[in-house]
Design a protein around this ligand. Structure first.
Ligand SMILES: Cc1cc2nc3c(=O)[nH]c(=O)nc-3n(C[C@H](O)[C@H](O)[C@H](O)COP(=O)(O)OP(=O)(O)OC[C@H]3O[C@@H](n4cnc5c(N)ncnc54)[C@H](O)[C@@H]3O)c2cc1C
Length: 472
């Protein structure tokens, strides 16, 4: 990898990839393997985007994405290919649930310990969402037979129409709102909720933490982009935020710092929200600009809390805990099983959407106090005394500015969805945010990177290159 050279330089390649996240690096590697000259320009001083494994106060933490589920076959294939091993998330023992009555209960399996009538309502709604998801091609949710109707109504309203049982609604909402899209359920449509389910192979998979959060990668999931970048060598340039792209039918001129690179194609492998940070000449078509104004990041604070020992295991607990009513709505044992001689125990917890808004208004000490008190309600008083405490900072970082990913506002998936993967002249767009299978996940990023590379390869092989002024 190289760093941004001094001003005035001018490079020429076949394809410029903007963004060295898993999507951009997947595409770049595919294009390079096909014999094209590729340059990846990355704003940060590191590769990986929303994947980062970091040492924080002596504890190795996966600051961004980390889990792999069995349906994520594109990611599993890449792990195989890169020689990366996985290990199962710790799940032995009982899980904890705190319900509407405020009572803490332990349970095993994936069904929360709720009253029988509530459980029946939950089962019936899960079955309906499974049925809706089955009828959806996640790459084209707007073609769902009920797309127009489902995209017009918020998920909150859709749930209210299904049942009067508040706890049943709150539990279903938890799986899609705080746990996945990280937005309040009144901020996205029922169609987007069905997309989330369809992208994971069905709603029943979303409610099963042992499925969705099945395995971790030895050394951390950032190993994937790190190893992809290694193969690209000098084809990845760090500290190179792209600020403008001039384009015509013949190609692109991409400017980052003082360097302009000309190419036949550019792939924008950045979240949709960051496309507008780049000045395009000519401007992108109106519909493209409108589309990306309707896509926004969710907000979740990923918390990493380390203890002298994984004390909850001694109490027969798995570390898995849920409550739609708690500040930390979900938490898991995230101890690094792949680190030899690790004696400490780490919990990972999440505070999402409106609760995250509130938490962010507090001082660091107050935030920590509130989080630890929430964990105490799950695991007891020992949770109040960690040896390490860290909040992942994605929402403060201008090259992400949210977490986990972006999704459409109510009504916009049907209106703009068909444009998400549409090329504009020599410009292509890809990221996990616009995936079908693996939507918002690393698996989806890999699928989008592969698909964009295929589109670029087809265009490169079938079209003689028109003359362009951009290189002169
Ligand atoms: C806290 C958290 C937890 C998550 N947990 C999981 C999980 O357990 N499992 C899972 O599968 N997924 C998870 N995800 C989601 C997953 O990390 C993302 O979907 C995936 O990494 C996105 O990859 P990407 O390449 O599409 O985008 P990004 O990773 O965002 O990469 C885009 C890159 O473009 C760069 N960039 C942006 N603008 C410019 C510019 N103008 N010029 C140059 N470079 C630019 C950025 O710096 C970045 O490196 C999680 C995400 C977060 C934040």
């Amino acid at each position: 990898m190289t760093h941004q050279p001094s001003t005035g330089a001018r490079d020429q390649v076949d394809v410029v990839v903007v963004g060295a996240g898993v999507t951009g690096l997947t595409a770049a590697r595919r294009l390079q393997d096909a014999g094209l000259r590729v340059l990846v320009l990355e704003a940060r001083e590191r590769v990986g985007g929303r994947l980062l494994t970091d040492d924080v106060d002596g504890v190795r933490l996966e600051v961004g994405g980390q889990w792999v589920s069995p349906d994520q076959t594109a990611l599993l294939d890449v792990l195989d290919d890169l020689g990366l091993a996985t290990y199962p998330r710790h799940r032995e023992g009982e899980s904890v649930y705190v319900g509407l009555d405020g009572v803490r209960r332990t349970f095993t399996g994936d069904a929360f310990p709720v009253p029988a009538a509530t459980a029946a309502e939950v089962d019936q709604i899960v079955a309906e969402l499974d049925r809706l998801a089955k009828a959806m091609d996640p790459l084209a949710p707007w073609q769902h037979p009920d797309a127009a109707e489902l995209d017009r109504v918020t998920f909150a309203e859709w749930l209210e129409r299904r049942t009067d049982d508040v706890e049943a609604r709150d539990n279903i909402a938890l799986y899609v709102g705080p746990a996945m899209l990280t937005k309040p359920t009144h901020a996205f449509s029922a169609l987007t909720a069905v997309l989330m389910a369809a992208s994971a192979g069905g709603f029943s998979n979303l409610v099963d933490a042992d499925f969705i959060l099945d395995r971790r990668v030895v050394g951390g999931l950032q190993e994937v982009p790190l190893r992809l970048a290694e193969r690209l060598g000098d084809g990845v340039r760090l500290g190179a935020p792209v600020t403008s792209i001039a384009w015509d039918d013949g190609g692109v001129a991409v400017s980052a710092g003082g360097t302009t690179t000309t190419a036949r194609h550019a792939l924008l492998a950045v979240p949709p929200t960051l496309v507008a940070r780049i000045a395009f000449a000519p401007a992108l078509p109106a519909a493209h600009q409108q589309m990306r104004q309707q896509q926004s990041f969710g907000l979740v604070i990923k918390l990493h809390i380390t203890y002298e020992t994984p004390f909850w295991r001694d109490a027969g607990l798995s570390g898995t805990a849920f409550s739609p009513y708690a500040l930390v709505h979900e938490a898991y044992d995230n101890t690094n099983e792949d680190v030899p001689d690790e004696t400490r125990g780490t919990l990972v917890g999440f505070v999402s959407d409106e609760r995250a808004d509130e938490l962010l208004t507090l001082s660091p000490d107050e935030r920590r106090r509130r989080v630890l008190e929430s964990l105490r309600d799950y695991y007891g008083d020992e949770a109040l005394h960690p040896v390490g405490y860290y909040e992942s900072p994605w929402m403060h970082d201008e090259w992400t500015a949210g977490a986990y990913a972006t999704s459409f506002a109510t009504g916009s998936l049907t209106r703009f969805g068909p444009l998400t993967r549409e090329d504009v002249g020599p410009l292509s767009f890809a990221s996990s945010d616009i995936a079908g299978l693996g939507f918002q996940h690393v698996d989806g990023g890999i699928r989008m990177g592969e698909a964009a590379a295929q589109r670029i390869l087809s265009a490169t092989s079938s079209q003689p290159r028109p003359a362009t002024d951009l290189e002169r």
